[in-house]
Design a binder for this molecule. Structure first.
Ligand code: ZN
Length: 172
């Protein structure tokens, strides 16, 4: 059990696509524990392994703290999107961009498959907030962050705001 340091933008690991998990061994189980510990310590609802410096296709989700969402706790190993429909816009936050929120368009409903910690392949259908969290984390695993989902001026303004926040933080 350990809270790990979260990599913040522009750490290059956030832009690097992750590798499939071949074997679900004790190291992976320990990493998943650390990911939950780290996510809860930062009041997050989703975390991708590369956000704590491990370039693996692995994410954790727990929407329980989000009152307006159904509670859902998942470990998704080698997740794949297999169906998506509809669109939804939501103002997202990201633990790798402390303080910044960006409105992003996502699929409203998704079906996905992934391995669980026991190595069993499972399918899930997610809608609304949990679907948004999944797509945000899946982007992380592909080296994409939420600012890559907005264009032009919106992206530039978001980055300017982020760097300003970072400067304020470093001044304490
Ligand atoms: Zn994020």
């Amino acid at each position: 059990m350990a809270v790990r340091k979260i990599r913040s933008y522009p750490d290059p690991i956030l832009k690097t696509p992750t590798l499939r998990v071949d074997v679900i061994d004790e190291d992976i189980k320990k990493l998943v524990e650390d990911m939950f510990d780290t996510m809860y310590a930062e009041d997050g609802v989703g975390l991708a392994a590369n956000q704590i410096g491990e370039p693996l296709r692995l994410m954790v989700i727990d929407t329980t703290p989000k009152k307006e969402s159904p509670p859902l706790k998942l470990v998704l190993i080698n997740p794949e999107l297999i169906h998506a429909e509809g669109t939804i816009r939501y103002r997202e936050g990201c633990l790798s961009f402390p303080g910044l929120t960006v409105e992003v368009e996502r699929y409203r409903k998704v079906r996905l498959k992934a391995l669980n910690l026991e190595g069993e392949e499972k399918e899930y259908e997610l809608e609304g907030f949990p679907a948004i969290v999944f797509q945000h984390e899946l982007d992380h695993l592909n080296g994409i962050t939420f600012i890559d989902r907005v264009n032009g001026l919106k992206r530039r303004l978001a980055l300017e705001k982020y760097y300003k926040l970072q400067r304020q933080r470093s001044r304490g």
